[in-house]
Design a protein around this ligand. Structure first.
Ligand code: B12
Length: 267
């Protein structure tokens, strides 16, 4: 079995990376428990049998899909949870976000490795994209201002940025999403081109949060008067103040309130 898992991995078969890591984790745990040092036949079962999975509630299955990076099954499980009457927003807040946070903690503790992080993030994105029409319910007829949003250069995290964009669209804002790893020049150029009133920047790493400062400096140089708001797990109000951002918020819902407040739009 170990050979089969290893060869699948070397042949780059679908999801073989995560399966291999799970197998090796289980082997290590078993070995440690038995006080062994040398490898032996594994005898490990890494995937819960179908019956066990079926016994889980739809919410638990969805949680597990993110935790285990189940990119294949998550769409069906999302649909099943919706069929059970769960609201898309509740699934996002109560299941998907806590699940990806647990993945982050496991990665932090060295229990999860990059392929697992990627698999979990992709599974979560698949579910969010599937629910997007349900999450997106524009609730204004007003002509709303333009927001240019991007994850800063050097940073490829975009789940949070996508949620902020989605929420802003939800409230009728015209959102130009420049994607991730976006250089400051592009951000400012696009903001000018679209006459953006707000520039929203996301960064998830202590290394890339520095880019926000550069964007703000460059915006001043280019005499851009759009308000600049910042966010992402590593950002704090103190940091936002230090780099001269116009606003910071902790999550996507607050980002909408912040944008409205800065533009003087009534709640
Ligand atoms: C998923 C993930 C990934 C995925 C990203 C996939 C994707 N498409 O986004 C992948 C696997 C690609 C990845 C890669 C890496 N990652 Co990573 N990743 C994560 C993880 C687990 C979750 C991030 C996430 O999506 N959270 C869920 C979203 C919804 O939350 P959020 O982004 O914070 O967004 C919310 C708010 O912050 C806010 N917000 C976000 N943006 C904005 C913007 C504005 C304007 C406003 C107002 C608000 C706002 O609203 C959002 C919604 O409420 C975090 C750990 C964690 N728990 O944060 C690590 C983490 C961010 N990653 C980390 C690292 C180190 C990396 C890598 C360098 C790993 C490596 N060795 O290669 C690479 C980075 C490569 C690069 N150049 O960017 C570290 C960063 C450490 C640090 N402090 O600097 C973390 C913290 C993990 C850890 N504990 O070590 N990662």
């Amino acid at each position: 079995m170990s050979c089969a898992f290893a060869s699948d991995l070397l042949l780059n078969k679908k999801e073989a990376d995560v399966r291999y890591i799970e197998l090796m984790d289980a082997v290590r745990a078993k070995r440690e428990a038995a006080g062994e040092t040398a490898p032996k036949e594994t005898g490990i079962r890494i995937h819960a049998p179908v019956k066990e999975q079926e016994a889980l509630s739809f919410r638990d299955r969805l949680y597990r899909d993110v935790l285990k990076g189940n990119r294949e099954g998550i769409t069906a499980d999302t649909q099943k949870a919706l069929d059970e009457g769960e609201a898309a927003k509740t699934l996002l807040d109560d299941v998907l976000l806590p699940a990806i946070n647990e993945v982050g903690e496991l990665f932090d503790k060295g229990k999860y490795f990059l392929p697992q992080l990627i698999a979990s993030a992709e599974a979560m994105k698949t579910s969010i994209e599937y629910m997007e029409p349900l999450l997106l319910q524009a609730n204004t007829d007003q002509e709303m201002p333009t927001v240019v949003i991007a994850t800063v250069e050097g940073d490829i995290h975009d789940i949070g940025k996508n949620l902020v964009a989605l929420m802003l669209k939800n409230y009728g804002f015209h959102v130009i999403d420049l994607g991730k790893d976006v250089p400051k020049e592009t951000i400012i150029e696009e903001a000018k081109k679209h006459n953006a009133q707000v520039i929203a920047l996301s960064a998830l790493m202590t290394t890339t949060m520095q880019q926000m400062r550069h964007v703000i400096e460059y915006a001043k140089e280019q005499q851009i008067d759009a308000k600049i708001i910042v966010g992402g797990a590593v950002i704090t109000q103190e940091y936002a103040d230090e780099i001269g951002a116009d606003g910071y918020s902790e999550d996507a819902a607050e980002a909408v309130k912040l944008t409205k407040r800065l533009l003087g739009i009534n709640e």
